[in-house]
Design a protein. Sequence first.
Length: 338
Amino acid sequence: MINLMKLLIRWESALVIFLILEIIFFGLLNPDFLNITNLLYSMNDYVYIGLAAIPMTYVIITGGIDVSIGSIIGLTSISIGVLWKGGTEIWLAVLFSLVISGCAGAVNGVIIANSRVQPLVVTLGTMFLFSGIALVLSGGNSASGYEGISGFPDLFVQLANGETLGIANQIWVLLIFMLVFALILHLTRFGRQVFLIGINIKAAHYSGIRTKSILIWSYIIAGLGGGMSGVILTSYFSSARSELGTEAVLPVITAVVLGGTSINGGKGTVVGTGIASVVIGMMQYGLQMMSMTSQETSVVIGFLLIVAVLLRIVNWSELQLLKRFINKKAVVSHKKGV
């Protein structure tokens, strides 16, 4: 019974319950929403949020933020198109574009780690820098407009549109992403140092942690997450466009915070971010089935972000007290058993 109570008070468990209620709610409004095939393949429309949000968890745990992630997505996408159109083999173009996204993240990390400028200000500036570079590449290669650069090989298009063992490839990519980054964050020395920096960067520095290096690598990882998101979106639409990540910033940050990561740093889980990504994606899908516009959907997601932040602030101390109470009860029960 005590173990069950511990499980139920975890934030991730609350998210799963919310997801189930969300599915039931939209299912009651529109029975077509509950079609299993529709639910699985609707994930193709928002897996990119999870791919960008999971690595972003590292950045926000350190106490930072990266609002340039949407521009990195667009820069990666147009880079793939430009390189491929220039004669580079498609998978090499993807690899080079991921390197570019990692370098974009490194720019953010180097500036933030070596200056006292707030991460929000730095990444706001690089957001315009990266989007400007993407637009220059786009215009210089006649890739403006909705179509962008298209005509990619079928093998690349199937990366996001195909399926393996009856499950969409995008879902496999998201699950692998979640597993890899969860293992790195929660089971490696690097992951522990990320948490320590978020708790107290000065104490981490004086304890011998190379805080600048950890910060830089955290932003590189976030950049690579944006890059992978750009790859999947380019494959999904079979089109490379500089504006692909324009609307990604709000859902990505919301997924991280809703997933239980503290906006002040020091706390967070990759699994929580992954579940929250699905919650937001299902919400977008459900609202679209209710004929809401993208602007109206953004209002709902923005409201969800505010509620998530308030819940974490208001309930964290009470949650900790409840956990201590349950732990004490567990100790008492164990002693009685002995």
